[in-house]
Design a protein around this ligand. Sequence first.
Ligand SMILES: [Zn+2]
Length: 106
Amino acid sequence: MDCKTAEKQIPDFIRGEMDTRPAEQFLAHVDGCPSCKEELSIQFLVAVGLARLEEGEAFHLNRELTARLELAGRHVKIRKRLQWGLYFFQFFAVLTTIWVMAAIVF
Ligand SMILES: [Zn+2]
């Protein structure tokens, strides 16, 4: 993923509206790209931090952004695992269907 694509996805990431694959690529890019990480922290501050400060609550930019990135990383891992589980399930379902049909036909 290049910086242009990553920057375009920052608002989606902040809103938590990202699919597994783009989120995974986005996290990998931000992790290794200081300029996109900075852009992300600025937009995160504006979108999340200002609202929080207006409500009179404390906001720790770095801590909260790190927490958000870790959470997103965990979600990607969980969703990938679920997807694999689903593939295996479908695979066995197909296998069972073939087995049952074979048992009926032969
Ligand atoms: Zn970048």
